[in-house]
Design a protein around this ligand. Structure first.
Ligand code: AHR
Length: 343
């Protein structure tokens, strides 16, 4: 337990004790004590304070991720959460983290917009002994001890799953083709979600001499950009076999662009679509055969984070890397999951 926390607890105990003495004098000690303990403001005073910097609100997935954290780190669960939305800017995240440091929160958590550039601010947090939990995306640091633990999704593995699905698809449906022409819509450049998914997919891609990535650009994980980039691909290429779109929001834009151009896509059609995230609306499109496969990226990380913070607060050891469970969805298995997908 941090010294600031011990101090907070001490102040609360002393306040309770002082009030009790005053009220004892007026003969209603028990009532007064009950009143104090049931006073929610005072009860929450003892909560674990967490400053969380969310990178933005670019996607349906991100909204679900924020919601998962807000519900898990609630006052009723023993937390006082300060939530900050950095609107896709690393400088805003750094500013928010500095704010949490000067408030001396018990824990800092953040979902980093990009992989690099965190060493200085993390060293500042370490200077005052505030443990840092990296959430969702990964970071690269010169010194891994600058953060306590990481909870998130394995983007490299997600990229591999996309490549492995494509291997089977090509074998079953496109084995007659000399070349498989692929276009990629990447997410925010420099984010571990973009880097990892590209790396994992490229690992499988490099095994196949006849697979050709004929174009790849970033569409920032948003629908509007996804549509813009896909329209550009449609104007430039008339030989696309496969679209790899690194999140569902971009895929929705891709689909709008294809529909407007009158190009067929999906199960048994000219172009296959591979998407990531597996949000409810995308799973419906998988069910309808419009998206061939959706690689899950699991935003339900709040409970993991709450659990890790509680363990740390009790002085227990935690794993350095904590990966959430994920799977892939195709027309074959989507029916059983679609109704329970809340986001
Ligand atoms: O970091 C996870 C990625 O970020 C999700 O795939 C995407 O939708 C989000 O914006």
């Amino acid at each position: 337990m941090s010294s600031v926390k011990i101090l907070k607890k001490l102040i609360m105990l002393l306040t309770t004790f002082a009030l009790a003495i005053v009220c004892f004098g007026c003969g209603s000690f028990e009532n007064a004590e009950e009143e104090i303990l049931t006073e929610q403001g005072i009860a929450y005073e003892n909560n674990i304070t967490v400053g969380f910097s969310q990178l933005g609100s670019e996607s349906i997935w991100r909204e679900a991720h924020s919601q998962s954290i807000i519900s898990a780190l609630s006052q009723e669960n023993g937390f006082s959460l300060e939530f900050n939305n950095a609107r896709q800017k690393q400088e805003n995240q750094i500013k928010a983290i500095r704010g949490f440091i000067s408030q001396r929160v018990d824990y800092i958590a953040f979902s980093p917009v990009t992989e690099q550039g965190w060493d200085t601010v993390l060293a500042e947090a370490r200077e005052v002994n505030i443990p840092v939990i990296v959430v969702d995306r990964k970071i690269k640091t010169k010194d891994d001890t600058l953060y306590t633990t990481w909870v998130g999704t394995d983007a490299v593995e997600e990229g591999k799953k996309a490549g492995e699905w494509l291997e089977k698809y090509v074998e079953e449906k496109l084995s007659w083709k000399k070349e498989i022409n692929i276009v990629v819509l990447m997410g925010t450049m420099g984010s571990s979600a973009q880097l990892g998914r590209s790396q994992g997919f490229n690992e499988i891609y490099s095994r196949h001499k006849n697979w050709k990535i004929i174009d790849q650009q970033s569409a920032d994980f948003t629908t509007a950009k996804g549509k813009e980039v896909m329209s550009d691909y449609i104007n430039k290429h008339d030989n696309i076999d496969v679209i790899i779109s690194q999140n569902d929001d971009m895929t929705f834009g891709v689909i709008e662009a294809l529909d407007e151009a009158g190009i067929s896509y999906g199960e048994g059609k000219r172009i296959a679509i591979v998407s990531f995230d597996a949000v409810n609306h995308a799973l419906k499109l998988v069910q309808e055969g419009k998206i061939n496969v959706d690689i899950e990226c699991n935003p339900d990380q709040g409970e993991y984070i709450a659990d890790i913070i509680k363990k740390l607060d009790n002085g227990e050891a935690v794993n350095k890397q904590n990966t959430v469970d994920e799977q892939i969805f195709t027309k074959e298995n989507v029916d059983e999951f679609i109704d329970s997908r809340a986001y």
